[in-house]
Each structure stands twice: as structure tokens, then as C-alpha cells.
Design a protein around this ligand. Structure first.
Ligand SMILES: Nc1ncnc2c1ncn2[C@@H]1O[C@H](COP(=O)(O)OP(=O)(O)OP(=O)(O)O)[C@@H](O)[C@H]1O
Length: 192
């Protein structure tokens, strides 16, 4: 993960006819993490989608060094497949070296169709795929949503390990979350 970095400069975002934020800049070097906080609808998800390259900014610059792993509200897992096969599909594409399902407490659920999983189990499955992806840049949108106390503590531990291994992380969360460095920006501070 050497050399992973992420920065945005003077970023602005418009959705429909509303400018959500403007003048937003930050820079993350290897090992650094940033939490994006703010009320509903202020643009946290939009920011992550811009950084992921899924949404075009209205203005500003973006520089990424390293592949991106995105976890958002929609786990990209085929709802009809048993969980193990749905994860195997991505493992083939990602070239995963090891299955992370055990780490995420999913070992007993590998034969259960994804559509039958609970909210927290689906989140754990999305995190298992993230780990297998081995991407240096993590973009996590509300990663604690749906998780129990153990699950939340595990996410915090995974973030610690990711950053201590040289990864970077941008985490949108309205809930408090312990992160390396404990840096937070409030997106409503960038409302024009
Ligand atoms: N395709 C779209 N066209 C127009 N407006 C949109 C579109 N997608 C999202 N929006 C609006 O952009 C605003 C910001 O949405 P976004 O999902 O980025 O906010 P958020 O801070 O992540 O909110 P939450 O905390 O509820 O997840 C919202 O008012 C939303 O309705």
C-alpha cells in the first residue's frame, strides 16, 4: 500500500439546482483517515461518490493514488446467490488472496442467499468484500449502520489496521467512530 494518498482541492458539488458544498479541500497521506460528519442531506454520500469517481464535481480537483474500495448502503452482492458464492464472484475479480468471511463472523452464513441476510449481516458481507479487495483507499459511507456493538468495534479495529498498514480512509458517519488521528470535517461548514 506504499504511496497511497487522496486529496481534494476547492471541491464543489451540485445536485439538481442546489449547491451542497463548495471550497472543500483536504489531503490524506498513507496511514491517515478523515471522518466526514454532518446532518442528513448535506452531501456526505455525494462527496464519497465524487471521490470514488462515480459523480462529477461541479468544480475542484481530485487526486488519488491507489485503488478505491467503496462500502455504501448497497452491498454489491447478488441477492439470489448464497453468500459464499456471491463473495467468490468478487474474489475472482479482485484476485483476493484470502477469504475474510470468518473475520467478519460470516462463516456460518455462506450457504444463505444474500437476500435473506439481515441488515447487519449484509454490512458485514460488504466489509468482507472490502477486505478481500485489498484497496489502499477506503471510502466508507455510514459503515456502522446496522452493526451491533461487536460489529462497530470490529470496523474501528479494521480501520486501525488498514491505516497502520499504509492505507487511507474517508469515512462518512453521523455516529461517533474511533478512527486513527481522530480528524473530522463537518460538511455543513462548506455550505455556500
Ligand atoms: N440525483 C440527484 N438529483 C438531485 N438531488 C439529489 C440527487 N441525489 C441526491 N440528491 C440530493 O442531494 C442532497 C445530498 O444527498 P447526500 O446523499 O449526499 O446527503 P448525505 O449527507 O449523505 O445524507 P444522509 O446523512 O441522509 O445519508 C440531498 O438533498 C439529496 O436529496
Amino acid at each position: 500500500m506504499q504511496g497511497a494518498s487522496l486529496s481534494v482541492t476547492d471541491l464543489a458539488c451540485r445536485r439538481g439546482d442546489r449547491v451542497l458544498f463548495a471550497g472543500l479541500s483536504f489531503a490524506l497521506d498513507a496511514g491517515e483517515a478523515l471522518r466526514v460528519a454532518g446532518p442528513n442531506g448535506t452531501g456526505k454520500t455525494s462527496l464519497l461518490r465524487i471521490v470514488a469517481g462515480l459523480l462529477r464535481p461541479m468544480r475542484g480537483g481530485l487526486r488519488r493514488e491507489g485503488a478505491v474500495g467503496l462500502v455504501d448502503e448497497r452491498p454489491a452482492l447478488d441477492p439470489e446467490l448464497p453468500l459464499g458464492r456471491a463473495l467468490d464472484f468478487w474474489a475472482g475479480i479482485d484476485g483476493a488472496r484470502e477469504a475474510a468471511s470468518e473475520r467478519l463472523g460470516l462463516a456460518e452464513l455462506l450457504d444463505v442467499p444474500v437476500r435473506y441476510l439481515s441488515t447487519g449481516q449484509k454490512k458485514r458481507a460488504a466489509l468482507a468484500r472490502l477486505l478481500a479487495q485489498d484497496a489502499p483507499i477506503w471510502l466508507l459511507d455510514e459503515p456502522l449502520n446496522g452493526l451491533d456493538t461487536d460489529g462497530a468495534a470490529l470496523v474501528e479495529e479494521l480501520l486501525r489496521q488498514h491505516c497502520s498498514g499504509g492505507g487511507v480512509a474517508l469515512v462518512a458517519s453521523h455516529q461517533p467512530i474511533a478512527m486513527p488521528g481522530d480528524e473530522t470535517i463537518r460538511i455543513e461548514d462548506f455550505r455556500p
